[in-house]
Write a protein that binds this ligand. Structure first.
Ligand code: ATP
Ligand code: MG
Ligand code: MG
Length: 380
């Protein structure tokens, strides 16, 4: 059978490998970590850095098509592979997603609004920041995730100090917006330009990390849902994107929506699609990269997804490394446990997720609250 290659061996790669294998593909994972979650379950595990020429050559030799699960894989690695085999998404599209300044320029170019912001790469740009951008959030343009590389600043003095703290690397200062809540939309686009989308997802963040995703998204009007979905589709089409793309949006207290950022891969807010949709975001990634038909996915169950962070292995703040009480959670009807095979629990580390499905949103919510109480997750 054919082999599909993925750059990156984290949990997203692991769930991609599972989807590819269940469709009869063999898989190849590129990740230097010998214990990477995806490498552990893949037919081939090439243990090399993303820019290692021999590693890339081995991936090209093994694979019939290549995708990525890590948004900061150097675009150069994708370009190198694209010389000899199909790569989805392309390096050029991934490069836009890796840079907050380019990402925001792309949103604006597609007629999608984003937060008022200023790019800060020089002292002169720092000096020229308008007062109306404060209070704001200073974010490194590259490499941030889970709220890392971000500083909230109320005053100009705090802004100056924060840029120093961030070693004066290129940054974007965003105005702090009055959020009502956050949503995301996952789309998949094929080589022929066909686009499908998953239903709008409601995302609750805690300490800058996604905590709970709820679908159908509560509190989202039909108009907001249509605007979010149309925006995500337009963003994908104008990147000439092939593969799975997630766009995060803020819904503001006045009801307007603005795009926050996008990820050129399956997304944490789409993990529920494994258990609550007829086609998962990972199967959609397989279909897009292998040039198979894309069909509109159907949500067959209301659901909530709870992230299982390493904190759960430290009950009461004590480093016991005791496993949470999975049997008690699994005794609840509609719970689907996913653990990523990471041996060491660390605070803030994504160890797994729990999807709770129900026949109604209320039923799913009630079961999710029971599971959260067992695990020591704050109610939502
Ligand atoms: P991710 O793990 O999603 O990639 P990230 O580190 O790239 O996260 P962002 O998504 O930019 O960070 O921001 C993290 C969270 O901070 C957002 O989900 C939102 O809750 C809050 N936030 C970010 N920007 C703003 C803003 N301009 N106004 C208000 N809240 C914001
Ligand atoms: Mg991000
Ligand atoms: Mg984000």
């Amino acid at each position: 059978g054919a082999t599909l290659g993925v750059l990156g061996g984290g949990q997203l790669g692991r769930m991609f490998v599972h989807a590819a294998q269940s469709m009869g593909y063999r898989t190849a994972v590129l990740d230097a970590d010998p214990a990477s979650p995806a490498g552990l379950v893949s037919h081939h595990h090439v243990k090399a850095d993303y820019l290692d020429a021999a590693g890339l050559a081995e991936m090209a030799r093994l694979s019939q098509a290549i995708t990525t699960e890590f948004e900061n894989v150097p675009a150069q690695a994708l370009d190198t592979l694209a010389a000899t085999l199909p790569v989805a998404p392309a390096g050029a599209a991934v490069a836009v997603c890796q840079d907050r300044a380019r990402e925001k320029a792309h949103f604006t170019g597609c007629g999608v609004s984003c937060a008022p912001h200023a790019v800060i790469e020089t002292q002169a740009q720092l000096d020229a920041v308008q007062d109306e951008l404060l209070p704001g959030i200073l974010k490194t343009t590259r490499m941030g995730y889970d709220g890392k590389g971000q500083v909230r600043v109320k005053t100009r003095a705090e802004l100056i100090a924060a840029w120093d703290d961030l070693k004066r690397v290129p940054c974007v200062l965003e105005k702090m917006l009055p959020l009502d809540f956050e949503v995301s939309v996952i789309v998949a686009r094929g080589r022929n330009g066909d686009v499908v989308n998953f239903p709008v997802q409601h995302n609750l963040h805690r300490d800058g990390i996604l905590a709970v995703t709820t679908v159908p998204a509560p509190g989202v009007s039909g108009a907001v849902a249509v605007e979010a979905v149309e925006s995500a589709r337009r963003i994908a089409a104008s990147l000439d994107y092939v593969g799975v793309l997630c766009v995060e949006f803020f819904v503001l207290q006045d009801g307007r929506i603005v795009a926050n950022e996008m990820a050129p891969r399956p997304h944490n807010s789409g993990h529920h699609t494994i258990d609550a949709c007829d086609v998962s975001q990972f199967e959609m990634q397989v279909r897009a990269m292998a040039n198979l038909p894309l069909v509109e996915p159907v949500l067959h169950s209301a659901c909530l997804m709870l992230n299982l962070l390493g904190d759960l292995w430290f009950p009461g703040g004590i480093a016991t490394q005791t496993e949470p009480d999975w049997p008690a959670v699994l005794a609840l009807s509609g719970t689907h446990l996913h653990l990523y095979g990471k041996t060491e629990a660390r605070k803030g580390r994504k160890m797994g997720h729990l999807t709770v499905t129900g026949s109604t949103p209320e039923a799913a919510h009630a079961t999710a609250l029971q599971a959260a109480a067992i695990l020591g997750i704050e109610p939502f």
